[in-house]
Design a protein around this ligand. Structure first.
Ligand SMILES: C[S@@+](CC[C@H](N)C(=O)[O-])C[C@H]1O[C@@H](n2cnc3c(N)ncnc32)[C@H](O)[C@@H]1O
Length: 321
């Protein structure tokens, strides 16, 4: 085989392996397209990509259907795939050895500014495929799930960390007393402000991304973070934010983390969250489940009891035997 032929064979194999991984994880067709957009390092025609997807041998009839759906999505919207790749490439999910935590946060702020300039919808969720309707459907599904978990309440105040373009503010404003959305990206905050202009109980602020010191102790009933913790983990800010969330949460209080990291290990995520929850007297109610049909996010729900838990006093006896 010529060098070019072997390169092309290697490329096909790499693509098939991404798709097989997605099939094994049971992710929906849109998320497969998003993963391909994120992981493909080489230029390739979308028609050829669709062909390679169909070369993957399905292990059951559902997988076969999903592979056909992926190929169909690629073929129907070849231009959308290029936009997804450009949006995904704007945000680097790695850090340099000599990059400080604060420098990573600053870089991410600029990266999300750039990503939102390419596609508002894809910049907050690549699996939306840059499509407003698709994004709304997922947002509604996540919002309905939060309501089912009794996370919402018209008497409750909520902080949304990494609010992006404000899609959850729009979907949930009526279900809360007050919603505060914060984000490090000035463009995200500007887009969110436009999209939420008619919502009187929504406040949007650009934040430094290093802590939550702008908020008082016990000032929120709920904290939501959809796909923003992975960037806090990347920047080495996750533990600090957990301390901060514990400080600003009231009793009782609730924390919904949808995706904790992009390290690719649910075991690691569960271990970290379990440790952080215990350190802050939070109970893990939902521990990394995938409850959504239209999105492959891992859901964690944590609750804090109304009362401070005090360990019972240790009985000591002074009596001599
Ligand atoms: C993938 S987007 C998700 C946006 C939104 N939560 C949603 O689901 O539509 C991640 C967002 O987190 C923001 N972000 C990243 N690091 C952050 C930090 N340290 N503090 C606040 N926001 C952050 C980014 O600017 C970006 O808008």
């Amino acid at each position: 085989m010529s060098a070019a032929g072997s390169k092309s064979a290697q490329r096909r194999m790499a693509i098939r392996s991404v798709v097989k991984g997605c099939m094994a994880d049971g992710v929906c067709a849109e998320a497969v397209v998003a993963r391909l957009a994120l992981h493909l390092r080489v230029e390739i025609r979308v028609a050829e990509l669709a062909e390679i997807v169909l070369e993957v041998v399905p292990s059951n009839s559902q997988e076969k259907e999903r592979l056909q759906e992926v190929a169909g999505l690629l073929r129907r919207k070849p231009g959308a795939f290029a936009t997804l790749r450009a949006t995904g490439a704007a945000v680097r999910h790695a850090r340099d050895d000599d990059e400080t935590d604060a420098a990573v946060v600053r870089r991410l702020a600029l990266s999300f500014d750039a990503a939102a300039a390419i596609s508002q919808t894809a910049s907050v969720q690549l699996a939306s495929l840059g499509d407003e309707e698709r994004l709304s459907a997922t947002t509604e599904e996540v919002a309905a799930w939060l309501k089912e978990q009794d996370f919402t309440g018209t008497g409750r105040d909520i902080l949304d960390i990494g609010c992006g373009i404000g899609r959850f503010e729009r979907a949930l404003a009526k279900s809360f007393n007050r919603m505060v959305g914060i984000d490090i990206s000035s463009r995200m905050i500007s887009i969110a402000s436009d999209r939420c202009a008619a919502l009187g109980n929504v406040e949007l602020r650009q934040t430094c991304g290093l802590d939550l010191t702008e908020f008082d102790d016990s000032s929120f009933d709920c904290v939501l973070a959809v796909d923003s913790f992975p960037y806090l983990v990347l920047a080495g800010m996750a533990e600090r934010h957990f301390d901060e969330i514990a400080r600003i949460l009231k009793r009782p209080g609730w924390l919904a983390l949808l995706n904790y990291s992009y390290r690719g290990s649910l075991f690691l995520d569960r271990t970290d969250i379990g440790r952080l929850a215990e350190a802050h007297q939070l109970r893990v109610v939902i521990n990394g489940e995938k409850p959504f049909r239209s999105w492959d996010g891992d859901a964690f729900l944590l609750a804090r009891a109304a009362e401070h838990y005090r360990a019972p006093p240790v009985r000591t006896s002074n009596k001599r035997r």
